[in-house]
Design a protein around this ligand. Structure first.
Ligand code: FAD
Length: 482
């Protein structure tokens, strides 16, 4: 409160959230307007910074994410102030934010980048964990070291990584779809990856890659109370995901996991336990009940919108994100939003879809900053090229994975044709054609096809005459379309 009395708390630009979206947005604004006051209000003491950024092709990008103390930002941009406090309320009409410390922050333009939190199967059950930030990942690791069996619920990237990485503990994996990793893959790609679950993993580096900074005094306490920012692709690196059992208990002779398919998404978590000695039991919709040490809920995120809604008129999307238009504007004047908390509600390119990922958090944060700037300068701005084509590079089960466009035929119904090439253990290539044109692709392994396919998708060339050659491994496809 002392701070409130002594310091000027009125800013041209205020950004909420120290994740990738918020940090990128505030950096963009601070560098474009060196003489304007910019504030980044964030609940956690550490911020997420993009480093080693590499533009792989026209739309594909790769980068690392580092957690850093917020002072790093203030040192880099003298006009950027980081306020470490959680926002409690927004008065959009008055253009003010209220933090839990009683600080009143005034803005001309605001960007909300408060991310999301794990969707939990059930609230307030100590045996149901969600993984979102470093603290929850560490809690998970601690619990895992004493666990004999865990149940993983969910079928997205986090569940995939977990099931692959966890050792020395039986994993019951409950998925509602007909293939693993359904958010990213179809049955074919899943079949390609499943054998990897049983193979030895490459040696992990012994040291922890994710450096945790110790912050004295208040900051330290807050680190455990306030929601931190989401972890990224390497969240399990340096964290040893090892259970209590030296020898894995195999329920099925060929998989280290019991793979449970459920027809519906409803799970009832029974607590306290019925008969038996497990701390928690989970009943699946296929009628089976499993006892386990704890349940990991990895079923996606819920946008962190609550502190901003009361008394304001935000339009929310079906997934409860803040609806934003093609300038990242919400329905409240002068309020923008980017990253996991927002839902892209413009008429998107037929080759792009929103997915709550690192890359999109960076792209949206950057673009939101540019839109806010254009607004202030009375300039017009076109929707950025990165929203033309969905593209994502990641690693699953230690394979390089590139996803392009409508990689899973999203929204195409029967109007699609799939071409697949697969060499067991090496690569899996899938192309989605619609009306003879390439609209999506999944590339697993070192295929070297990403640039050529990206071009073919972007230029929407009619590939009907080349269909048979497209995936022929004996043809250098890059030369072919040169
Ligand atoms: P966040 O990173 O969630 O940041 C939100 C920020 O807002 C935080 O700093 C938080 O402290 C702050 N905040 C929240 N509420 C308030 C408030 N009321 N007041 C002030 N500050 C507030 N993506 C990939 O692309 N590849 C992956 O492999 C991948 N793996 C993942 C693994 C895990 C375990 C998880 C959880 C996510 C993963 N993701 C991955 C998704 C990716 O991490 C997110 O899409 C991305 O980090 C979203 O960034 P963001 O800036 O929108 O939000």
């Amino acid at each position: 409160k002392g701070m409130a009395a002594n310091t000027k708390n009125s800013f041209k630009f205020v950004v909420v959230g120290g994740g990738i979206a918020g940090v990128t947005c505030s950096e963009q604004l601070a560098s474009q307007f060196p003489s304007a006051d910019v504030a980044l209000v964030t609940a956690a003491p550490l911020i997420k910074a993009v480093c080693n950024f590499k533009q792989v092709s026209k739309t594909l990008e790769e980068f690392d994410v580092e957690e850093k103390p917020s002072t790093v930002l203030e040192e880099k941009y003298p006009n950027l102030r980081v306020i470490q406090s959680a926002v409690e309320a927004l008065h959009a009409q008055q253009h003010t934010l209220l933090t839990v410390d009683g600080l009143k922050v005034h803005y001309e333009k605001l960007c909300i980048c408060s991310g999301g939190r794990p969707k939990l199967l059930t609230q307030d059950n100590p045996n149901v964990l969600g993984i979102r930030d470093t603290d929850s990942a560490q809690e998970f690791q601690k619990r895992l070291s004493q666990a004999k069996r865990i149940v993983v619920v969910g079928n997205g990237g986090i569940a995939l990584e977990l099931v692959y990485e966890v050792e020395g503990c039986e994993v019951v994996w409950a998925v509602k779809d007909n293939a693993i990793g359904n958010t990213f893959f179809d049955v074919g790609a899943a079949q390609f990856l499943i054998p990897t679950l049983n193979t030895d993993k490459p040696e992990r580096a012994a040291t922890c890659k994710r450096v945790r900074y110790t912050i004295d005094g208040l900051g330290q306490c807050r680190a455990f109370e306030e929601p931190g920012s989401a972890l990224g692709p390497d969240w399990h690196e340096g964290i040893r995901l090892r259970g209590a059992e030296e020898v894995q208990v195999l329920m099925s002779p060929c998989f280290p996991t019991t793979f449970c398919q459920c027809s519906k998404a409803s799970f009832s978590v029974q607590f306290p336990a019925p008969v038996g000695s497990w701390p928690v039991y989970v009943e699946l919709t296929n009628g089976k009940t499993f006892g386990c040490d704890f349940i990991v809920s990895a079923t996606g995120v819920v946008p962190n919108t609550e502190p901003f809604l009361h008394g304001n008129n935000f339009e929310l999307a079906e997934d409860s994100g803040l609806r934003v238009d093609d300038h990242m504007k919400t329905s409240e004047p002068d309020v923008y939003s980017a990253g996991d908390v927002c839902t892209a509600s413009w008429e998107a390119s037929h080759l792009w879809q929103q997915m709550r990922l690192w890359t999109q958090a960076r792209q949206m944060g950057w673009y939101a900053g540019r839109c806010m700037a254009a607004d202030v300068l009375n300039e017009t701005i076109e929707l950025d090229f990165c929203f033309e084509l969905f593209s994502h590079i990641t690693k699953f089960f230690n394979y390089k994975v590139v996803l392009l466009g409508k990689f899973n035929g999203q929204g195409l119904g029967l109007n699609q044709e799939l071409l697949v090439r697969c060499s067991k253990g090496l690569e899996y290539v899938k192309v989605v054609l619609s009306g003879g044109r390439m609209v999506g692709a999944v590339l697993i392994g070192e295929t070297d096809l990403e640039e050529t396919f990206e071009n073919l998708i972007l230029n929407q060339m009619d590939l009907t005459p080349y269909r048979d050659e497209l995936l022929n491994p004996n043809i250098d496809i890059e030369d072919y379309f040169d």
